[in-house]
Write a protein that binds this ligand. Structure first.
Ligand code: CO8
Length: 262
């Protein structure tokens, strides 16, 4: 089943069991992220966060372009106060706080806010022709949705500074080498590869997956000892899950486990 939300800038495909495919659909503007589109993305991720039928999410812009950044036309005359009052962090938070695994399938441009959007995912699959960049500096701006933070953490100071300060774009294979991308595929295999990975994640024990995501992302915020303590507590918590019993028992009985998310 395919569901279109709002003005059809964001499409959610529910046709694959336990997997949702969120597709950005504004090709006439290279999937530029205007406020309405971001609102719909936030609504989609909020809906999927609470949808018990969904265990993994693929986020894509389709075959041609992931997203060419924030909508520059919408920002052309905006004042600082207007930008502040848009509170776009609320839209981004809905994606960042989604507890389920999110795989970005990137074809074509992922620029500015588009690159930042991809970095909200847990895993990034890129087609060979994909291009990543934070070109905001070229229009007198700077990244505003994680480019100075998530990119810095993903690729380290010197690659990040080169991209942010010069606006240099990197193709998929370079992005893979510097650690911005998890896997590079042929362009026509990007979405199928992401879906296949999401299907395999959807079969994993969901509570354990969500604990992994929460604790691993926390490593960006907390000192090592606090992170290790969090990890230990989450690890111990999993001993109360039925899925842990099923997983260990299935291993002992040499059969495939069947996880229930309990
Ligand atoms: N905003 C608005 N419209 C856009 C954008 C954009 N970011 N990108 C492309 N478009 C529009 C074009 O204006 C054009 O519209 P029209 O047909 O009406 O003239 C249409 O999409 C097709 O684009 P092009 O003709 O330019 O297509 P090309 O294939 O020649 O070039 C590029 C594609 C390279 C992607 C080029 O369009 C481009 O450079 N776009 C701008 C990229 C950019 O600078 N992105 C950063 C924007 S700033 C930003 O993201 C700040 C993030 C801060 C917070 C995050 C909020 C989301």
């Amino acid at each position: 089943m395919s569901v279109l939300t709002g003005n059809n800038f964001v499409e959610i495909d529910f046709s694959i069991q336990k997997v949702a495919i969120v597709k950005i659909n504004r090709p006439e503007a290279k999937n530029a992220l205007n406020t309405e589109l971001r609102k719909q993305l936030a609504q989609a991720f909020t809906e999927l966060t609470f949808n018990d039928e969904i265990n993994a999410i693929v986020l894509t812009g389709g075959e041609e372009v992931f997203a060419a950044g924030a909508d520059l036309k919408e920002m052309a005359t905006a004042t600082s106060t207007e930008m502040l009052l848009r509170h776009t962090e609320r839209y981004w938070n809905a994606i960042a706080q989604c507890p389920k695994p999110v795989i970005a399938a990137v074809n074509g441009y992922a620029l500015g806010g588009g690159c930042e959007l991809a970095m909200h995912a847990d895993i990034i699959i890129a087609g060979k022709g994909a291009t990543f960049g934070q070109p905001e500096i070229k229009v007198g701006l700077m990244p505003g949705a994680g480019g100075t933070q998530r990119l810095f953490r993903a690729v380290g100071k010197f690659h990040a500074m080169r991209m942010i300060m010069t606006g240099a774009m990197v193709k998929a294979e370079e992005a893979y080498i510097i650690g911005l991308v998890s896997q590079v595929t042929e362009d026509d295999q990007t979405i199928p590869t992401a879906i296949q990975m999401a299907q395999s994640l959807a079969k994993m024990p969901p509570i354990a997956l969500q604990q992994i995501k929460e604790v691993a992302l926390m490593s960006e915020d907390v000192p090592l000892n606090a992170g290790l303590t969090l990890e230990r507590k989450a690890f111990q918590l999993l001993f109360s899950t039925e899925d842990k019993n099923e997983g260990v028992q299935a291993f002992i009985e040499k059969r495939k486990p069947s996880y229930q998310g309990k």
